[in-house]
Design a protein around this ligand. Structure first.
Ligand SMILES: [Fe+2]
Ligand SMILES: [Fe+2]
Length: 368
């Protein structure tokens, strides 16, 4: 059987195809557990299984039927548009950062797949299990496609090994909603911003995978829509103390992206993208989208915003410089850097947010 993960109808089929070549190096990168590296999550699946979507039924059925129609089936595989990639001729720093970008993206995609697949497996609620099966299908294809690209560079992530060995972080369902909703929507905003930029500057497209970003981000957009509807079923999730949690997750997700992107200067230079400007553009798009469900948005134009993101970034660079050094000196440096990063995060989170009146229906279409 010569099936490709792009043609698979379920996550299980797609992953079976991927269980071939992989490499220890890429897998150990994906196994890394730092504050910034993508995590695997587990949650209270019973609580999630008890969700009743009747209050959003019309929007729900619409969304599910578009996902069932599967417009991207067969899309995530190499075809004639896939140009030859000169991995050996690639500037070494760019090559290293780009592989890091692909491994980290593959891990994030796969993290979604594992969580969604598990919800499908554990649940009995037909609406919920159907949604999670569809989302797991998409994420398995995305992860598989990135692994195809990595294989050409002689590295690929062992997804089966990751499932068994990577540490799982437990999040209560409501935290899963906030974190996953945001990661889907910010994923959409990131991919579409790069795609539109390269549409204007095709000469900067140093790898063919960017050509696939448009359909890709539409999948992420739908996944975000699903989480918005799930949150809509329970008004408590976006009220009271939960507004603080929403602010916390918005700040953490944006700050993580900012710091992580600044770790890849050669990658952004090759695309002629300034990571700070790119960050602001992605935050603005994500904030605009998140007004469909969140009662607040962050004030990213506040002068303290970029200033403190930059402080976190500097502290993170210091941490990177002393990462493998032992002894009291490096330990003190690490302590100081963590303290500065923590204080900068507090400064970010106390910037007053902007309030937002949430619309009756959450449904949006991808317009960027
Ligand atoms: Fe994805
Ligand atoms: Fe997704």
């Amino acid at each position: 059987m010569n099936m490709h993960s792009a043609d698979a109808d379920t996550a299980e089929e797609a992953l079976a195809v991927q269980e071939r070549m992989d490499s220890d190096k890429a897998t150990s990168m994906a196994m890394e557990e730092t504050l910034l590296s993508p995590r695997f999550y587990t949650t209270d699946f019973e609580e999630m299984d008890a969700i009743n979507v009747e209050s959003v039924r019309a929007d729900w059925d619409n969304l599910i039927s578009s996902m069932v129609s599967d417009p991207n089936k067969g899309h995530f595989k190499k075809n004639e548009a896939w140009d030859d990639v000169d991995w050996d001729g690639m500037e070494p720093t760019l090559r290293k950062e780009f592989i890091d970008f692909l491994v980290s993206s593959c891990t994030s995609e796969f993290s979604g797949c594992v969580l969604y697949k598990e919800m499908k497996r554990r649940g009995n609620n037909k609406d919920i299990t159907q949604l999670f099966q569809l989302m797991a299908r998409d994420e398995a294809r995305h992860a598989g496609f990135i692994n195809d690209a990595l294989r050409e560079a002689g590295v690929a992530v062992n997804l089966g090994f990751l499932t068994q060995k990577k540490k799982y972080t437990y999040f209560r369902p409501k935290f899963i909603y906030y974190a996953t909703y945001l990661s889907e929507k910010i994923g959409y905003a990131r991919y579409i911003t790069i795609y539109r930029h390269l549409e204007c500057h095709p000469e900067l497209r140093f790898h063919p995978i960017f050509k696939w970003f448009k359909e890709w981000c539409n999948d992420e957009f739908s996944h975000g829509e699903a989480f918005a509807l799930l949150m809509k079923t329970d008004p408590k999730l976006t009220k009271g103390v939960n507004v603080f949690w929403i602010k916390f997750f918005l700040t953490a997700v944006y700050a993580t992206m900012y710091v992580r992107d600044h770790q890849r200067p050669a990658f952004h230079k090759a695309l002629r993208i300034d990571p700070s400007e790119y960050g602001q553009e992605v935050f603005a798009k994500t904030s605009e989208l998140s007004r469909q469900i969140f009662p607040i948005t962050l004030d990213i134009d506040n002068p303290r915003w970029l200033k403190n993101l930059e402080k976190m970034n500097k502290a993170n660079m210091v941490l990177g410089n002393v990462a493998n050094r032992k002894g009291i000196g490096p330990a003190m440096i690490r302590f100081g850097a963590r303290l500065r990063a923590g204080l900068a995060f507090v400064s970010l989170i106390i910037i007053p947010s902007k309030s937002n009146i949430v619309p009756e229906s959450t449904r949006l279409e991808p317009v960027y």
